[in-house]
Design a protein around this ligand. Structure first.
Ligand SMILES: [Zn+2]
Length: 430
């Protein structure tokens, strides 16, 4: 395959804007990304790259903005079909909408159809990597990894484990959760671009025995991730305190089971105690901010300044979140940050949606960054995709004023192209 030279505006993260300021993102109005064998070979000045690589196949996106593909660090692909369901808070949401839908995934045909539909939706929204919860059924994990492999995508996924407080047909046991997860790790972890995450749904639906069995499994496979939920709603935190009276706090229910360490990924993490914040940072575990979900389900306002001290990613939380779009998710993160009195800068929002999420998933270097060596997972944004956005961007004095209207008002119409490992995929379903 010949080299491919992709031309347009570029924004390269040379540092973390939460620590180094917006200047950590370097803008070029006429940049280029040279792709060789699915990986980024070089990022630089477009004209220079063109002169130095006369044999490269050229794709010129004009004023389109080339970014790393978005990385969505917490989703439930099985909830694709129930996104935007009305009127429930967390526990009633699970019982009313989620659990009945997840029962359908005992049928591998359903799992396969939804996995493909979900991944095509996110690619159309510029997202190239996701970390998904599957259902209790091992076949739901196979279906997801197979659909991702067919599209060349780097994804993280795991079988959701629950052995209490859910309908009978969605329960496993401590032993079967261990055995099923172990077999899935052997089949999928490190196969192509697949990564496995050991996935207890959350402490209310796992007994101590199940959490401990999964902690033991993680200690045998420390290069896997461990994903779960933490302190999403106050009622949930109170329920956990009732179920685990011996625990110091919610995090301690995981910590006591060996489920806190590097590679742990905690979704939501809104109502944290000081001890929890400290321990998560000490363990170099990650937090994932899911702002459309947190407002939609009425959970609360995440403290985005935690990204200054913790590995922090950004996520849609499909289908508790109300959008498949990481643009819409960045907009919601901005709104939440305003409500907490610390407006997130567009550089911070874009970083969270790319490298921040990649770091949360321990995929830094592999994806989420415009840098030599990373996979050529890219999104190209049209910064004037609707008349409303175009008339505002037209008055922009710099790249941040030019990109912020698309963050706040953009959707899948703003996606000029999505590349997975160098291959253009937008609007070209398999
Ligand atoms: Zn979730």
């Amino acid at each position: 395959m010949p080299d491919r030279l992709i031309l347009g505006q570029t924004l390269e993260a040379r540092g973390n804007p939460f620590l180094d300021g917006p200047g950590a993102m370097v803008h070029s109005t006429r940049g280029g990304v040279l792709v060789r064998d699915g990986r980024i070979n070089e990022v630089g000045d477009g004209a220079s790259l063109r002169a130095a690589n006369p044999g490269a196949e050229i794709t010129d996106h004009g004023a389109g903005l080339i970014l790393p593909g978005f990385v969505d660090a917490h989703v439930h692909y099985p909830q694709t079909g129930i996104i935007a369901s009305w009127g429930k808070r967390l526990i009633d949401w699970l019982n009313t909408y989620t659990f009945p839908e997840e029962m359908r995934f005992s049928d591998p045909g359903v799992a396969s159809e939804v996995a493909g539909r979900y991944l095509d939706l996110v690619l159309a929204n510029g997202t190239t990597t996701v970390a998904s919860y599957c259902t209790i059924h091992p076949g739901s994990v196979d279906a997801f990894f197979e659909a991702a492999a067919a599209r060349g995508m780097a994804v993280v996924a795991g079988k959701t484990c629950m052995d209490r407080n859910a309908p009978e047909s969605l329960l496993d046991t401590a032993a079967s959760a261990y055995d099923d997860s172990k077999a899935l790790i052997a089949r999928w972890h490190g196969t192509g671009r697949a990564r496995y995450a050991i996935t207890p749904r959350f402490s209310p639906t796992s007994t101590r025995d199940q959490l401990s069995a999964l902690g033991a499994l993680w200690s045998e496979h420390p290069d896997c991730l461990m994903q779960t939920h933490l302190s999403e709603q106050k009622e949930e935190v109170a329920w956990v305190a009732d179920l685990f009276p011996e625990a110091r706090d919610y995090l301690d229910t995981y910590e006591a089971a060996g489920l806190l360490g590097p590679g742990a990924v905690f979704g939501h993490a809104i109502h944290l105690t000081g001890r929890e914040r400290t321990r998560i940072a000490e363990a170099d575990a990650a937090l994932v901010h899911c702002p459309t979900s947190n407002t939609f389900i009425g959970s609360g306002l995440f403290d985005v300044s935690l990204a200054e001290t913790h590995r922090t990613g950004l996520a849609t939380d499909t289908g508790g979140g109300s959008s498949f779009s990481m643009l819409r998710t960045m907009a919601a993160a901005y709104e939440v940050s305003q409500l907490r009195g610390r407006p997130a800068h567009p550089a911070e929002l874009l970083w969270l949606a790319t490298e921040g999420s990649a770091r949360a998933l321990r995929l830094e270097g592999e994806t989420g960054r415009l840098a030599a060596g990373a996979a050529a997972d890219l999104v190209v944004l049209d910064l004037a995709s609707t008349p409303a956005i175009a008339q505002r961007a037209d008055r922009a004095g710099d790249i941040w004023e030019a990109v912020f209207p698309t963050i706040m008002m953009g959707d899948d119409r703003a996606i000029l192209e999505t590349y997975v490992a160098g291959r253009p995929v937008t609007n070209k379903p398999l």
